[in-house]
Design a protein around this ligand. Structure first.
Ligand code: ZN
Length: 337
């Protein structure tokens, strides 16, 4: 992006639309259209309460977005093709109630779907509506209608779901996007970013969200930032593209007639999930990849043998299982839904 080359954050000064919550499209991402749609060109004039934002689209019904027109078919080398814009696909996500959708991935067995519909809202403490359906082998689609539920459950990548019989199943959560493929995990993830030493003048939500747009799509401030109880560093949760080149600095330009002062603001990242482009999976990078480095397999097998018992014990105490339930931990392989 030309404006990135000039050192200007691509979307600074623009407010994120909280009504459409479009899929993140970072300017540096591979194969991704470099437009973040539906961002108005000015800050909202109407004061938006943060609490209202977190309540999600309560008053926003799916049919409030402009309908998608019926398209004409074009033929490209004899093959019929329908073309939609990224903005139209974002509108489809709203219409289909997929703005706050996440994918649950069960790699090692899974409970019955009817049981998941009971257990997931309860165990993940979902406050709003939660529609759960089968998506693909080993994957379920969880549609939420509240942004706070989405942000809360995505604060962890992995959960242990206990089914009605007391069996425990690991479920990993991935952000739903329209490029979903069952054998390729999304490159989208949540991360906390910090602006250390940012002056308290710049702690307003719109200001911090503007700064955070240099990294990805801002979704939340932490409570110390909202309550102004920590003036040493502002913290924003951002949806990022793990394959994007994430900036270390963002510049603030304060202009007055005839002059401008520019300050560089450091961006620090909390834990960022790793992503392997070879396996197309989150959780490890190319340096740790056992497909690229088969010698790591042997080391891992030995480690697993040594640590297996310890990890099982830790898991059982973490989820509060009684001793006799540890034997019921199920990790069946190859089971098909
Ligand atoms: Zn790999």
């Amino acid at each position: 992006m030309a404006n990135m080359a000039a050192g200007e954050p691509p979307y600074a000064g623009q407010a994120l639309s909280d009504s459409l919550f479009p899929i993140l499209q970072h300017p540096n991402a591979i194969k991704i259209n470099a437009q973040l749609p539906n961002i108005p060109n000015s800050l909202p004039t109407e004061k938006v309460q943060y609490a209202d934002l977190l309540k999600g689209p309560k008053h926003q019904q799916p049919n409030e977005v402009a309908p998608i027109p019926i398209k004409h078919i074009q033929y490209v080398e004899g093959v019929p093709r329908i073309t939609w814009t990224e903005e139209e696909v974002d509108r489809m996500n709203v219409t289909e109630n997929l703005q706050f959708a996440v994918i649950g991935k069960f790699s090692y067995g899974w409970p019955e779907l009817d049981d998941l519909r009971v257990q997931i809202p309860k165990q993940l403490q979902i406050k709003g509506e939660c529609n759960i359906g089968f998506l693909r082998n080993r994957h379920i689609l969880i549609r939420l209608n509240r942004m706070d539920d989405f942000v809360n459950i995505m604060s962890k990548n992995s959960y242990y779901i206990i089914d009605k019989n007391g069996y425990v199943f690991q479920m990993r959560l991935l952000i739903y996007d329209t490029k979903f493929k069952p054998d390729e995990e999304t490159t989208q993830a949540m991360a906390w970013i910090y602006f250390p030493h940012l002056l308290p003048t710049f702690y307003g939500k719109e200001v911090l969200f503007s700064l955070a747009l240099a990294v990805g799509k801002p979704v939340q401030l932490d409570s110390a930032t909202i309550n102004k109880t920590r003036s040493s560093c502002a913290r924003v949760k951002v949806q990022v593209d793990l394959l994007a080149k994430l900036p270390e600095w963002v510049e603030i330009a304060v202009v007055s007639p005839g002059s401008a002062r520019i300050e560089q603001i450091k961006i620090q990242y909390d834990f960022l999930p790793k992503y392997c482009r070879t396996c197309m999976l989150q959780g490890h990078n190319e340096g740790e990849c056992r497909v690229i480095h088969p010698e790591l397999k042997q080391e891992k097998a030995q480690e697993d043998q040594e640590e297996g018992g310890v990890r099982l014990k830790r898991l059982s105490s973490w989820i509060g299982l009684e001793k006799n339930m540890v034997n019921r931990l199920q990790i069946p392989r190859g089971q098909q839904w």
